[in-house]
Design a protein around this ligand. Structure first.
Ligand SMILES: [Zn+2]
Length: 340
């Protein structure tokens, strides 16, 4: 339904940039108006997606070491505070900001998005509570956002993303059935979306083709809807830390994640747990094909080009998702729209 060639899609987006009205004036550049509201699509109408931006900003009087079920018959810590990047970036904030972009992209397609925590200032719940919330949400897929760290200082040698899947079987029969089937399919589809977006599979921690199997992740051991647990990159790697914490990089990660969710939920999922495709195969949402264009657009820092894009009615899913994300990203990074 959204299949177009890359050329058609890029033409469509480029047209959106240049076809805006000639009445754009300076005041429009700094205040979103009703006219600037992103057009909405229906690719995810009637679907719920659970997003869990990992960790939290503050324990706020809660005990991170309180023991909670680990989904394997044992106990583990309620929470951890998350990684700190070599550039000082806090993982909980990286997860939150990229989560906000993904949320906007999904909502631009009519999805109902349920978040595991309400903000990036306070507490967000123990891992078992978040898994229970994901299960209760009835989501088509639950996506946990994390960023790794392999060293306290800079570690240039280790880089890349990975999806963590549970070692099988999982003791709970429902979790085992869901995560061994749909959960694995969703994780593989997300892996493919990261590859298509140009992110490298992690070259450490025994990751194979962007997938790591572990038994100790409560989020996947306890969740009864298909779960995807993403380690987006390595905050100890200076290049990845910059991308994870920066405006342009966050849009790219968010587009890959939204692409993976769209592909999985709309039935364009990977067919198995085999190796990653060596070249783009199926780009149903069109998001991965416009990433180079988006990088170019953001790099120009041309407020008028961005404003025109935001004010133009989108023609397809990729244009709608992009506009929704850009509206958020300029709010997150600059407090105004589009950029100064
Ligand atoms: Zn984490």
């Amino acid at each position: 339904m959204f299949r177009k060639t890359t050329t058609q899609r890029l033409t469509s987006i480029a047209f959106a940039v240049v076809a805006a009205t000639s009445t754009v004036v300076a005041s429009n550049l700094f205040a979103p108006t009703a006219d600037a509201a992103p057009a909405r699509g229906t690719a995810l109408a009637g679907k719920t997606v659970f997003l869990d931006p990992g960790h939290q900003a503050s324990a706020a009087g809660h005990d991170l070491r309180a023991q909670v079920p680990d989904g394997r018959g044992g106990k583990k810590d309620c929470q951890t505070s998350g990684a700190t990047g070599v550039n000082g970036a806090q993982e909980h904030t990286v997860n939150w900001q990229i989560g906000q972009l993904v949320k906007a992209g999904l909502e631009s397609q009519g999805a109902r998005v349920v978040l595991s925590r309400p903000d990036d200032t306070g507490w967000g719940g123990c891992v078992d509570e978040r898994a229970a919330a994901a299960s209760r949400s009835g989501a088509a897929v639950a996506v946990s956002l994390h960023a790794d760290s392999t060293a306290r200082g800079a570690d240039e040698s280790k880089k890349g993303f990975h999806m963590i899947v549970p070692s099988l079987p999982v003791p709970d029969a429902t979790v085992d059935r869901v995560q061994s089937g749909e959960g694995r399919k969703a994780s593989t589809t997300m892996r493919d979306a990261f590859v298509k977006a140009g992110f490298p599979s992690a070259n450490y921690a025994g990751v194979r083709d962007g997938i790591q199997t572990r038994s100790d992740i409560a989020a996947v051991n306890l969740t009864k809807v298909p779960a995807v647990f993403i380690e987006m990159g390595n905050l100890a790697n200076p290049g990845e830390a910059k991308a994870l914490a920066g405006r342009d990089g966050q849009v790219k990660y968010a587009m890959a994640i939204t692409d993976g969710i769209l592909n999985y939920v709309n039935g364009n999922a990977a067919t198995g747990a085999g190796p990653a495709p060596s070249a783009p195969t199926d780009d149903a949402s069109g998001l991965s094909s416009i990433i180079p264009f988006v990088e170019q657009l953001l790099a120009t820092e041309d407020p008028e080009a961005v404003a025109r894009l935001l004010m133009t009615q989108g023609q397809d899913v990729s244009a709608q998702v992009l506009k929704a994300m850009l509206t958020i990203v300029y709010g997150l990074f600059d407090g105004k729209l589009p950029i100064g």
